[in-house]
Design a protein around this ligand. Structure first.
Ligand code: NDP
Length: 451
């Protein structure tokens, strides 16, 4: 049977675009459909604009520090319109690059929504049908709103990059990556920021010592972090939003953002109709090779809800190409993925938390928290954390957790050592780079405790 394409990719985000390009480079005939902007969540409404906002928000503190270092400078006002204009121009530029990458690699792209009709046929929203030997589902995810009265008055992380003006006060609901990162961003931009989290401590799942330090530092920097608190109702009150919380208290905010998790984009895609199995959250169920139960259909990235990070989606996309078009069946390695959370202070982490490791085997904990030189000199009381979780049996470093300025950059490198199976003694054999914060990672002599 002959098909229109060897591969039809649905979704032009990190995973879909990479798979399409790499497959096309192998001489495969590829098409890709994207209903929105090319680049997906990461480039258009996630990692990239978020990080630019983190940079923007950090300048306020830098002026204070510069003054402490003797500079005669004063902070002016932050101009949201000027920043927003540049931000969106940059996103347009990046989207153009993504489109060109596809075009130059010979991928035919359709600016349309696509859904599955059968195991080899995709229908575009203009009604045309295309057949393909293989289909790759890479539709990503979207923010989900909790089911509370007045929830429609709030925004999600999709809208935060398009605010008409910066609010004077803002409530962020949630305690995950997105909520905690935006609490820092908004606070840094001068917005009076409150964060509600329903549990005991934000950033559930990460190392307890690390997330406690982040939460404390966020409070020191002026964020009103309210734990064991959730928003139960929202109502319009003049220009403001009146929020009733789970403790019965009412407060007024100019803006409310829900960052209460994300869901895979699998609604109305015709997937279950053709036999593709969906999980409890609506995620596409795949095997280690990203193959669904329908042999011609694969899925990568957030739509599979495995590890929802851009570099993981990219790897899944490339492993799919290896497997299907290069005759080299390749599983994606989801172990020991280093990651950064761009809270203020930032966290870099790889491997097991102290709590996870202790459940698995006896461990020694090496941990130090101190005031770094640069900030201490400027009179800031801010602390950083360097922490290693070490197996008692093998001496292997099972986890590394860093809370510090630049922690994302540091963990990329520490991640190589951990991934290679480095032991604590390998860390110790490495000469310290002085004076830096990260030198503490190789100079911690005795465990602070054993578990
Ligand atoms: P997360 O799943 O990380 O966090 C969701 C948060 O919302 C949790 O604190 C959760 O609480 C809370 N929550 C869920 N439902 C409700 C509810 N009904 N009412 C109140 N609170 C609720 O999702 P995010 O949206 O923050 O991020 C999605 C994913 O995107 C992340 O998991 C990550 O993979 C990725 N991401 C990565 C970034 C990075 O690498 N720096 C940055 C941003 C996103 P509880 O803990 O109690 O369940």
């Amino acid at each position: 049977m002959s098909f229109d394409y060897d591969l039809f990719v649905i979704g032009g985000g990190s995973g879909g675009v990479r798979a399409a390009r790499v497959a096309a480079a192998e001489g495969v005939k590829v098409a890709l459909a994207e209903e929105d902007r090319y680049g997906g969540t990461c480039v258009i409404r996630g990692c990239v604009p978020k990080k630019l906002m983190v940079f923007a928000s950090e300048y306020a503190g830098m002026v204070d520090d510069a003054q402490a270092y003797g500079w005669d400078i004063k902070a002016g006002a932050f101009d949201w319109d000027a920043f927003k204009g540049k931000l969106h121009a940059e996103l347009d530029r990046l989207e153009g690059i993504y489109r060109n990458l596809l075009k130059n690699s010979g991928v035919e792209s359709f600016d349309l929504r696509a859904k599955m009709v059968n195991a080899h046929t995709v229908e575009l929203s203009d009604g045309t049908q295309k057949t393909a030997k293989h289909v790759l589902l890479a539709m990503g995810g979207r923010p989900v709103w909790p089911d509370v009265p007045g929830a429609e008055l709030a925004i999600s992380s999709n809208e935060i990059f398009h605010l008409e003006k910066l609010p004077e006060s803002m409530l962020i609901v949630g305690g995950g990556y997105i909520a905690s990162e935006f609490a820092g961003i908004m606070n840094g931009l001068g917005v009076k920021t409150t964060q509600f989290y329903r549990g005991e401590q934000i950033l559930r799942g990460f190392d307890n010592e690390a997330r406690t330090l982040i939460s404390e530092e966020m409070v020191t920097r002026g964020i009103d972090v309210q734990l064991n608190t959730n928003a139960v109702a929202l109502a319009k009150d003049g220009d403001k939003i009146r929020v009733t919380d789970s403790n019965g208290k009412e407060s007024l905010f100019d803006q409310v953002m829900f960052a209460t998790g994300r869901a895979p984009n699998t609604d109305d895609m015709g997937l279950e109709e053709i036999g593709v199995k969906l999980g409890r959250k609506g995620e596409v169920v795949v095997d280690d090779y990203s193959q669904t139960g329908v042999p011609s259909v694969y899925a990568v990235g957030d739509v599979t809800d495995r590890v929802n990070l851009t570099p993981v989606a990219i790897r899944e996309g490339m492993a799919f190409v290896e497997t299907v078009f290069k005759g080299n069946p390749t599983k994606v390695d989801h172990e020991l993925i280093p990651t950064a959370i761009f809270t203020q202070p930032e966290m870099g982490t790889v491997g097991l938390s102290e709590e996870e490791a202790a459940e698995q085997e006896p461990v020694d904990i090496y941990s130090t928290s101190f005031k770094p030189m640069q900030q201490a000199f400027a009179g800031r009381a801010e602390r950083v954390l360097m922490k290693l979780i070490v197996s008692k049996a093998t001496r292997k470093v099972l986890g590394c957790h860093i809370v510090a300025p630049g922690a994302g950059e540091m963990i990329q490198l520490a991640g190589i050592a951990v991934k290679m199976g480095a032991t604590k003694e390998d860390f110790d054999r490495t000469v310290a780079v002085h004076p830096t914060m990260s030198e503490e990672l190789v100079t911690m002599k005795a465990p602070v405790r054993s578990q």
